[in-house]
Ligand binder design. Structure first.
Ligand SMILES: NC(=O)c1ccc[n+]([C@@H]2O[C@H](COP(=O)([O-])OP(=O)(O)OC[C@H]3O[C@@H](n4cnc5c(N)ncnc54)[C@H](O)[C@@H]3O)[C@@H](O)[C@H]2O)c1
Length: 265
C-alpha cells in the first residue's frame, strides 16, 4: 500500500504532497522503491534506517503509516510528540487498550493531527454524524479462509476444511483486534467513528466462495437505520489489500494537502 500511495503522490493524485523520505524495515523493498521514485523526483526521497531519522528530515510535516499495528504502537507517540502529523492505515492499533489516550496526549501537546482514512469501507461520515444517537453498530467481514490464515484467532481453523460460510469470530472490536490484527482495521475505524470499540459488534466469516473481502455495516440510531455493503476487489499489485483502501488513503492525503472544497468530511 505504501508503494502505491507513493506512486500516486508522484503522479500528482494527492495534490501538492511531496515525498521527503521512506522507511521500511525490509531494506530491499524500500531501496527498490526509493530508486524507482528517485527517477521522477529531484531531490530524490531520502531512504532512512529508522523512524527517528525520518522525522528529523527537513521539510517533513506528515508521516504516512502503511506498515503494521506493531509499527504504530512502536512509533506513533514519538512521531506525534515531534509535532509531525500521522496518517494511520493500521487503525486497529489505535483501539489497543490505553493506546488512544497515549497518542491523543502526544498529539494535543504538540499540535499534530492523526488522520484515519475510511479504508476498505465507506459510511464513516454517517457514523460520525450520528455518533450521539447510535444504539447498535455491527460490522460483518467475510473473507476467503486464505485471507484469515496466520491470524491468532484463526489458529484452530488452519487445518479445517471450510466448505461454506463459517462464523470464525463474534465479539467486540476490542476483542477482535488482538485475534485478527491484519483483518480488523476496518472494524477499528468503524468503531472509532461510531460507538467505540467495546460496543461495536464484529463478526468475521470465512467463506471459500467469497467474491473478495466483503464488509457489511449495520447501524441503528435514533436518526434512522442504515446498512452498507462493500464487495472489495483486491489491489492488482498487492492482493492482501483492498483496492478501495489504497484509494481511500490517496484521497485522505489529497484532502489534507490540497486547500479547497471538502465533501462529506
Ligand atoms: N484501514 C484499512 O482499511 C486497511 C486496509 C488494508 C490494509 N490495512 C493495513 O495497512 C497496513 C499496510 O498494509 P499492506 O497491505 O501495505 O501491508 P504489507 O505487508 O504489504 O506491507 C507492509 C510493509 O510495512 C513494513 N513494516 C511492517 N512493520 C514494520 C515496522 N514495525 N517498521 C518498519 N516497517 C514495517 C513491511 O516490511 C512491509 O514492507 C497493514 O497493517 C494492513 O493491515 C488497513
Amino acid at each position: 500500500m505504501g508503494s502505491e500511495l507513493a506512486r500516486a503522490v508522484q503522479r500528482g493524485e494527492a495534490g501538492p504532497a511531496r515525498i521527503i523520505g521512506l522507511f521500511d524495515e525490509y531494506v530491499p523493498g524500500r531501496s527498490a522503491l526509493a530508486k524507482e521514485l528517485g527517477l521522477n523526483q529531484e531531490p530524490a526521497p531520502a531512504e532512512v534506517d529508522s523512524v527517528s531519522e525520518l522525522i528529523a528530515l527537513p521539510g517533513l510535516d506528515l508521516v504516512v503509516e502503511c506498515a503494521s499495528q506493531a509499527a504504530v504502537i512502536a512509533h506513533a507517540e514519538a512521531v506525534l510528540s515531534a509535532g509531525k502529523s500521522m496518517l494511520v492505515m493500521s487503525s486497529g492499533a489505535l483501539i489497543s487498550p490505553g493506546f488512544m489516550q497515549t497518542v491523543l496526549a502526544a498529539a494535543e501537546a504538540s499540535g499534530a493531527s492523526i488522520y484515519v482514512p475510511s479504508g476498505a469501507v465507506g459510511g464513516i461520515d454517517a457514523l460520525r454524524a450520528s455518533k450521539a444517537l447510535l444504539e447498535e453498530v455491527t460490522i460483518v467481514s467475510t473473507k476467503r479462509p486464505i485471507a484469515l490464515s496466520g491470524a491468532p484467532g484463526f489458529a484452530e481453523w488452519e487445518n479445517v476444511e471450510i466448505t461454506g460460510p463459517t462464523v470464525i469470530f463474534e465479539g467486540s472490536a476490542t476483542e477482535a483486534v488482538g485475534l485478527f490484527p491484519a483483518n480488523v482495521n476496518v472494524a477499528a475505524t468503524v468503531s472509532m467513528a461510531g460507538i467505540g470499540p467495546d460496543a461495536t459488534k464484529v463478526r468475521i466469516v470465512a467463506d471459500p466462495d467469497s467474491p473478495g473481502n466483503v464488509h457489511e455495516i449495520y447501524a441503528v440510531s435514533r436518526a434512522g437505520k442504515f446498512s452498507l455493503r462493500f464487495e472489495n476487489m483486491p489491489h492488482e499489485t498487492n492482493p492482501k489489500t483492498s483496492f478501495l483502501a489504497v484509494l481511500a488513503a490517496i484521497e485522505t492525503l489529497r484532502s489534507i494537502c490540497e486547500p479547497g472544497l471538502r465533501i462529506g468530511t
